[in-house]
Design a protein around this ligand. Structure first.
Ligand code: ZN
Length: 259
């Protein structure tokens, strides 16, 4: 298990593997037994499907690896766990150089890029779920207090109160003109309504803040991912062109020998 095979040339594997980075460079098409390779970072033997060749790592991450580990050069291999760790370090350094000190929001984004988890969430859902009974009541009362239904029913009750107390149709007037009891009821209602509305407003503000934070995280993650994809595509194109050039050279040499 701890065999460390000598790698010919640019880290080319000498046997085929399925679905791993080294398999792309395999040109034997044979079914030779697959030996393990050693990760130059942790020194542990790793199988090909858990290892990534030097040539398959982006130059930006590669430079970071070479800075910490001089053994990281052509023909070296790294295990996926260490590569993920170095990708995380690269993104952390990139963000730190761009925005300075990293906060919990940025750390969450880096964590989600490394683990592949989604950072998007339906903003405010969790916040609503943990609201107390009183807070939910405040939301509903504040929603009703700001509706036409409240204004119309309020006008209807006041008018009815005044008419009944002026005319004395149904009962002996208990609050004759100038309706002191009605005044007291109205000022009590206003006094209670104000803190309820403030409570509801504060909850709305907190929910808006959560939504803004989530938007920021999603944008930051998208920006970092797009940047990584750009780097990856540029790197692969460069490698592809270099490989084509080598093929052309070989072809020219073969043709020259034939003539
Ligand atoms: Zn390792």
């Amino acid at each position: 298990m701890s065999i460390v095979p000598e790698r010919p040339g640019r880290g080319l594997p000498d046997a085929p593997q399925a679905g791993s980075a080294p398999s792309r460079r395999d040109d034997t098409g044979g079914t030779l037994p697959v030996p393990d390779v050693a990760c130059v970072i942790c020194g542990q033997p790793v199988t090909f499907d858990q290892a990534v060749a030097y040539a398959a790592v982006r130059p930006t991450v590669s430079a970071l690896l070479a800075r910490d580990h001089p053994a990281w050069r052509e023909g070296a291999w790294i295990c996926r766990r260490d590569l993920d760790e170095y990708r995380r370090r690269y993104i952390t350094e990139l963000l730190t150089s761009a925005i300075g000190e990293l906060g919990p929001l940025e750390r969450e984004v880096i964590e989600s890029i490394t683990t592949g988890d989604l950072v998007t969430e339906v903003a405010g859902t969790a916040y609503d779920a943990q609201a107390s009974f009183g807070e939910r009541m405040a939301d509903r009362m504040s929603a009703f207090g700001g509706s036409w239904g409240f204004i119309l029913s309020f006008c209807a009750i006041c008018t009815l109160w005044m008419i009944l107390n002026v005319t004395g149709w149904l009962f002996v007037p208990f609050d004759p003109y100038p309706f002191i009891l009605l005044n007291l009821a109205l000022s009590t209602l206003a006094a209670i309504q104000a803190p309820i509305i403030i409570m509801s407003q504060r909850r709305l503000e907190a929910k808006d803040r959560l939504r803004a934070e989530n938007d920021y995280q999603v944008n930051l993650k998208a920006e970092l991912e797009v940047r990584q994809i750009h780097e990856k595509i540029d790197y692969q194109l460069t490698q592809h062109i270099a490989r084509l050039e080598r093929l052309e050279q070989l072809q020219a040499e073969v043709l020259a020998r034939l003539h």
